[in-house]
Design a protein around this ligand. Structure first.
Ligand SMILES: C[S@@+](CC[C@H](N)C(=O)[O-])C[C@H]1O[C@@H](n2cnc3c(N)ncnc32)[C@H](O)[C@@H]1O
Length: 375
């Protein structure tokens, strides 16, 4: 089958690297999607192991499409009965870009009618009850070329299942994992999450240290596909459990001045099975000082979106800059939309990259460490 993986803007390169580790050698990225051939096992592994991807789809058909008749025929030619049982609930999500077909709800109803007509014929029914599991189908038409995709993940892969109490300004788990993958950090290097909030960066790092598959504690829509062999998933899941690291993980440091946030972070860490790896410090990141060499610090500081917060942000970012100066051999990675961050931090970044935190356009700054010998 053809599998397609979507990733947020700016992180496609790291998702490709993760795919390579799963054995996918050639997956060109087009408009944030990477498409390649695979089998049931790869579909399961992509969902279980990709820490940076948003969703995994099965590509059911692709054809040129400039009118509703072609859309109807193209969609009804697909063997929907191989995937959807007679009680399946069908949800259509059109994505229309620069195409003759540009009416969202008409596209939605034509595609749905094509699927339902076919299923009624095959299942010999007058109507479909649609009271079973949900099957989400994306009808993507870009420049008159239609791709019909079946969502194999279900809800977005950032929902790992460990975050059940909500905090303010949380990072998506997939963005936190992408920041780790975009950095020089690896599990053999010390790590500190300086503004941990509900713990997302620290927890994602701890999961990588323990080699916990990001999707191990959640369910996926492909498990309801009629033609998917569930035994394949059971094997993939038990192999993932067998791959848990047996090495003693390095302790991860996590700082926050807000005790309520740290309590949430601890609950999330426990849910993810990594509370033993993270040391939570209920104090300002200004107190962070490490004797460990070649560490990597991550920061998702407050952004101060209101104008009256600007003096607080300036003071905080200046204090943060001093933390880097007192840990010169550490690398510092910061995500923020504050445009004069480098000026406040008092140091030019070695690298920068545009990343989106939800809808907020941010810059991801890398300040690399200066090697030093500590004796
Ligand atoms: C944008 S939130 C971090 C959200 C986090 N990445 C998550 O996913 O939940 C910023 C956090 O910085 C904390 N903070 C503010 N000033 C701080 C300081 N001086 N030292 C440490 N933490 C601070 C706030 O309490 C808040 O939890």
């Amino acid at each position: 089958m053809k599998i397609s993986v979507s990733a947020a803007s700016g992180v496609e390169s790291v998702t490709k690297r993760e795919l390579f580790k799963l054995g996918v050698e050639n997956a060109p990225a087009i408009n944030g999607r990477m498409t390649f051939e695979g089998d049931d096992r790869l579909l399961a592994d992509c969902n279980l192991w990709l820490s940076t991807a948003s969703r995994v789809f099965v590509v059911l058909s692709q054809f040129k499409c400039t009118d509703f008749d072609t859309l109807f025929d193209g969609v009804s030619d697909i063997k929907w009965e191989d995937y959807i049982p007679d009680d399946g609930r069908i949800v259509i999500k059109p994505k229309l870009v620069q195409s003759k077909l540009n009416a969202f709800s008409a596209t939605q109803s034509v595609a749905k009618k094509a699927i339902c007509e076919r299923l009624k014929r095959v299942y010999k029914r007058d109507f479909l009850a649609e009271n079973g599991k949900t099957f989400e189908i994306e009808i993507g038409i870009t420049r008159d070329f239609c791709s019909v995709l079946l969502n194999a993940s279900g809800e977005s892969l950032h929902r790992r299942g460990y975050r059940n109490v909500y905090g303010e300004a949380q990072l998506k788990e997939t963005l936190a994992a992408s920041m780790l993958e975009l950095s020089v950090w690896n599990p053999s290097r010390p790590l500190c999450d300086l503004f941990t909030g509900t713990g997302t960066i620290a927890i994602e790092a701890a999961m990588k240290e323990k080699n916990i598959a990001p999707g191990i504690n959640r369910t996926f829509d492909f498990l309801h596909f009629k033609n998917f062999d569930k035994k394949v998933f059971e094997v993939a899941k038990s192999e993932a459990i067998g791959r848990l690291s047996q090495e003693k993980p390095l302790k991860i440091q996590a700082y926050d001045i807000d005790e309520a946030q740290l309590k949430k972070a601890f609950i999330h860490a426990k849910n993810a099975g990594v509370e033993d790896v993270i040391e939570f410090h209920n104090e300002s990141m200004e107190n962070f000082k490490s004797d460990l060499l070649r560490g990597v610090a991550f920061a998702n500081p407050p952004y101060g979106e209101r104008l009256d917060e600007r003096p607080f942000i300036e003071k905080l970012y200046r204090a943060y800059g001093k933390v880097r100066k007192s840990n010169p051999d550490w690398c510092f990675y910061t995500i923020t939309p504050v445009s004069d961050f480098e000026r406040l931090f008092c140091q030019r970044a070695d690298k920068k990259r545009k990343l989106y935190n939800g809808r907020i356009e941010c810059c991801f700054y890398a300040h690399l460490g200066k090697p030093q010998s500590k004796s």
